[in-house]
Design a protein around this ligand. Sequence first.
Ligand code: ADP
Ligand code: G6P
Length: 741
Amino acid sequence: MSEEDKVKETANRRVVIVSNRLPVSVSAKGDRLKITPSVGGLATGLSSFHQEHDGLWVGWPGIIEKNSKKRSELESVLLGNYNCLPVYLSDNDLKKYYHGFSNRTIWPLFHYFSTYSTYNATEWESYKKVNEKFCRRLQEVVKPGDLIWIHDYHLMLLPAMLRKEMPDATIGFFLHIPFPSFEVFRYLPWREEILTGMLGADLIGFHTYDYTRHFLSSVLRIRGKDQTYGQVIADNRIIKVDTFPMGIDAQRYIDASTSEKVQKEVKSLHNKLGTEKIIISVDRLDFTKGIPERLKAFEKFLERYPNFHGKVTYVMLLVPSRTKVREYKLLKSEIDELVGKINGHFDTLDWSPILYLYRTLPFEKLVALYSAADLALVTPLRDGMNLVAKEYLACQSTEAKGALVLSESAGAAAELGEAIVVNPNDLDMLTQSIAEGLNLGAEEKKKANVLMVERIKKYNVFSWAEDFVNQLTLTMVRQDRDRKRFLTDQKFGEIKEHYKKAGSRLLLLDYDGTLTAIKKRPDLAVPDKELIELLTDLAKDPKNNVVIVSGRDRQFLSEWLGQAGVDLAAEHGAWAKKNSWLDWKLSEPDLNDNWKQNIKPILEMFSVRTPGSFIEEKAFALAWHYRKTDPELGSLRAKELADALHDIVSGTDLQVLQGKKVLEIKPASINKGKAVSLWLEQQDQWDFILAMGDDWTDEDIFMLLPDQAWSIKVGFTPFTEADFFLDSPEKARELLTTLNR
Ligand code: ADP
Ligand code: G6P
């Protein structure tokens, strides 16, 4: 069955959404409970998807409930009516995990407000505990075949926690806020744990390519894991990291905006405000939203353009949010003061420039506000995506008469380039953009809006979720395939049996990364006593022919393994020395090294430009090592160097090889495959062949092996000719030790 068919086959799996906040929030009204839709992009965006699917949503219902009877009553209502399963938080959880670590540490830091971030070990402990609480709850309800989709910064440890308990589960993670650049993320004392937590997922998604890039860069710098086409390999799994800009349920807004009820609301709003033009903004009251900056720009606009006095009203809708956090309280006072000051200054008997609403609005009223507006100001200082901008445009779809001023620091700016895009910190620019938005011609607005609405309709919340879920399923199908290639106990047993029965055996073993772990410098990776004893023992068995096939030079191999009784191939096969021979032999008599004088100066130049890199010179090869360099600079320079060298070596018989943090230039005719042909010439001479290697150069051996041979890649990669994987040099040694016994 093809990968595509397998993905199709799994299309109807149940999706279990997990987020801190459920799409509905419960509050107590006297003795009665009130259930209302939650506010915030995650809840409003995803709930349309949730309603269309018969899945489950696991999260906090927004209320502290201590009474167990009431808890279970509420649970049946939430499950029965909303497919929601509550996770109850205590006062202490709320204080330390929610208001504390989530909203006083991660939220400000990830939005580049690092001076607001506090680093408190007790709050971190609470964050871990609540993530564990979610993990336990999920273990109770997740069934085999479910797709688990975890959301946002409250639950970044959960993927790895779940992975530990359910190794085969399919887990996706989506971050709804920005992932900051490494320079900022590194401030976090628990940065490594957070990355490890996220890497427990199979697919990790972000709103924009920049957040994806920042995440991958932190994974490289902090966890030392490089990526290939957005794939990271950790704990023997491929983890896919990709960009999925979240959309809205566009049709719901379009339909509502044309409904009679909303049209009536729009009329009554116009009558109530009585001005020619309406400007709006809709936000949670949050310091990331740039509210004071926007108010100051509006004040300046009124000063600069007196012709708009009495003709424009700015309706500022703010919804209370995280009111227990100090910065939010201070911000509320600052906004109240600013609004008072501006209205106080410009108020006339029949006109007030700002109508300030501090509450949630029911859906139809919100849609009416969007539809009535001539201009929307969406000017956050930082915002993961910002769905308000998209909701506003969808509600403008019929007349398309409204303009949009959009901050370049909102994720949405990557998709809505036709808006008036501004720097939210530039007061003058912001002020001018208000005038520009109000004066924009009808045709211009229509042209821009039609393009943007088309995009919003096409990549809506359903296609967004479908795209994510399909990619998650594909990752799962690929992991299933890869898992089968790990050496199981059963296969291990088969190799042992085959080895025992064989009268003549050939063992082809790479050295670095296969028999010994990769070290910062090649001279540090010398064989230990145990390894030398193991190889000596294996070689002593008259049925065995043990060959070390390495990129190392002759001196190193002779010095360290010369006494072990094994055969040796050095410099990827330029040289060979069977144990019975007195000296090394060249594999090709006319190999020359006069090319080195042209190549070496280039490597020297790159070494000077890349601190930490160095050159290793072998008889017929030059290697440029960059393991100790800044990882991103190292990879960049390696690509530049490879490009420069490819031009030089084209048309010659030289080849540039990319190893693990090393570029090697050597004659193209020399490779490990050719090297082992010395032992493989009469294949039927061997009853048992085993080859083990860890990098690209070993692929030349794997490709040559006869069908009945055992080929093992040490370390996991999806790109290999080997039949099986072992995850580390320790495991490779374990295998050899068992065979030897
Ligand atoms: P964030 O997720 O940071 O709050 P978004 O713009 O992505 O920002 O999402 C905000 C969501 O909350 C939108 O779907 C918007 O409609 C809703 N919302 C914001 N303010 C109000 C309000 N006062 N009343 C009702 N809904 C609101
Ligand atoms: C943002 C976050 C969401 C959060 C929402 C509302 O959109 O990404 O995870 O739910 O704000 O915040 P609150 O703290 O009220 O859940």
